[in-house]
Design a protein around this ligand. Sequence first.
Ligand SMILES: NC(=O)c1ccc[n+]([C@@H]2O[C@H](COP(=O)([O-])OP(=O)(O)OC[C@H]3O[C@@H](n4cnc5c(N)ncnc54)[C@H](O)[C@@H]3O)[C@@H](O)[C@H]2O)c1
Length: 258
Amino acid sequence: MGRVSGKVALITGGASGLGREAAERLVEEGARVLVTDINQIDGEAVARSLGSNGAFARHDVTKEEEWVTATQKALEVFGRLDILVNSAGIGTMNSVEDCSLEEWRHVMAVNGDGVFLGCKYGVAAIKQTSTSEGSGGSIINISSVSGLIGGHNLAAYNASKGAVRLLSKSVALHCARKGYNIRCNSVHPTFIDTPMVRAMFEDADDPDRVRQKLSRQVPLGHIGEPNDIAWAIVYLGSDESKFMTGAELVVDGGITAM
Ligand SMILES: NC(=O)c1ccc[n+]([C@@H]2O[C@H](COP(=O)([O-])OP(=O)(O)OC[C@H]3O[C@@H](n4cnc5c(N)ncnc54)[C@H](O)[C@@H]3O)[C@@H](O)[C@H]2O)c1
C-alpha cells in the first residue's frame, strides 16, 4: 500500500487490458488516475470502478488537440500530474509485402505519433506541478518485445514499437539535461492475456491450440497476466525507481534471453 501515494497518473488506453490493470494497481497504491481512451463506455466504467480516485476523458492519442485537453483535465480534476502511462496501442500482423501503406500509417499514428504526443504534452503538464515540488515525474511508454526483436509478420508493429523504445531514451536524456526531474522508460511485454492477445485466439479455428503455441514460445511456459505488467508500471511510477531513466524494462517470461 502507498507506493505512489499522492501522485496523479494519466493512462492512455485505460479502458482495457494493460492500461486498465495499471489504473487499478496505481489507485490501490495511493494514486489518483485519469483514464483516457477512445472507448468511452468501457473507459467510463473503469473510472467509476476507481471511485473518487478515478476520472475519464475521451481521448484519441493521435490527435494533438486532444492531448492538450486530456492533460489539462488531469490538472483541473486532480490538480497535478506526476505519472503518464502511454498504453494505448494497436496490433496488426503483416509482412512488409502484405502491409499496405494505409495500415502502416495507421499503426504508426497510434503506436508512434500517440506516444510522441504523449511525451511532448506529458512533459509540459508534469513540469507545471510535479517537478516544482521536488517529487519528480515519470513517463512510462508501453513498447513490446517487438520493439527489441523482429518478427517476419510484424513489419509495422515492429517499427512502431522500436520507435517507442528509442523515443523514450531521447525523452529521458532531454529531461535529464534540462534538469526537469522527469524520468522516461519503456516497458517491453511479451504475450499478455488481454483483449488484444485474446483476439488472436478467438479469431482462430482452434483457440486452445493457438494459446498453447504462444505459450511454448515463452521460456516460463505460459503467457503473462496483465498484473505482470501493472506491477512494473507501479514500480516505474513510484520513487522506488527514482534513479532509473532511459531504460528498457523487459517483462517477457524469458523470450529475449534466448
Ligand atoms: N497484450 C500484450 O500481449 C502486449 C504485448 C506487448 C505490448 N503490448 C502493448 O501494450 C499496450 C496495451 O495493449 P493491451 O494488450 O492492453 O491492448 P487492449 O486492446 O486491451 O487495450 C488497448 C486500448 O487502447 C485503446 N486505443 C486504441 N487506439 C486508441 C487511440 N487512437 N487513442 C486512444 N486509445 C486507443 C483501445 O480502445 C483499448 O482500450 C499496447 O501499446 C500494446 O501494443 C501488449
